[in-house]
Design a protein around this ligand. Structure first.
Ligand SMILES: [Zn+2]
Length: 227
């Protein structure tokens, strides 16, 4: 299966072992990569808890994408936090500047929301984001095209719970993240920069590992746009 893809990607085959499935936003192995993986993502970063989450992930030796909003990296203290997260080896994704619904904006406003974040992140970390996730998962044809032009991979997510009232507590969140019926190979996990998420994240990661899932390194994801 996927032999043509394997050949096409031969040059980057050492690194790129997964593609994103645009139908359900899960990650699918190319050729022989382990299918039993999950992808960790943290939106609305870096507000109050992203750095703490990053430190815990570092101890667990797993990687993740932190999707950042531009308004969280305006002041020097927050710029420093972003830089720290980047220097720890985590991926910085673009979650727009002001976290507004792109479908409510003009094309020029959408461009601002997206490109300004890439410019700001590059200025702070030296690297432009490779991943994009729209607030509320709401994209337009224009934003999709722009994201492609900016060389980013657009993604929504498979499941997430930490913004729902009943799961805003460490044990309840851990339990639902591990026992949800939506858990599947390649699941793209949506979490946020939130207190209860930072309290639960070590147990969540260890729980997946106990179930036999590896945490995917985002560097293994092929970000080239689908042909
Ligand atoms: Zn968000």
């Amino acid at each position: 299966m996927k032999e043509e893809l394997k050949k096409e990607n031969k040059e980057s085959a050492d690194q790129k072992q997964y593609v994103l499935n645009p139908n359900n936003w899960s990650v699918t192995p190319i050729s022989s990569a382990n299918p039993k993986v999950v992808l960790l993502t943290f939106d609305d970063s870096p507000d109050k808890y992203a750095l703490d989450i990053a430190k815990q992930l570092k101890i667990l030796d797993v990687n993740a994408i932190f999707f950042v909003n531009g308004h969280f990296i305006d002041n020097d203290k927050q710029k420093k936090i972003l830089q720290q997260i980047h220097e720890m080896g985590f991926f910085i994704g673009n979650h727009t500047y002001n976290h507004v619904k792109l479908t409510d904006l003009s094309e020029e406003e959408q461009r601002n929301e997206i490109v300004k974040v890439n410019d700001a992140v590059e200025k702070i970390t030296g690297t432009r984001p490779q991943f994009f996730r729209a607030p509320y998962g709401a994209n337009t044809d224009f934003s999709k095209q722009l994201v492609k032009e900016e060389g980013m991979l657009l993604m929504n997510w498979s499941f997430g719970y930490d913004w729902q009232k009943e799961y805003q507590e460490k044990d309840k969140l851990t339990e639902i993240m591990l026992d949800t019926p939506y858990l599947m190979n390649g699941a793209n996990l949506l979490m946020h920069d939130r207190k209860w998420t930072s309290e639960a994240i070590t147990d969540i990661v260890k729980g997946y590992q106990k179930k036999g899932y590896d945490i995917i390194d985002p560097s293994q994801l092929d970000i080239s746009p689908s042909k």
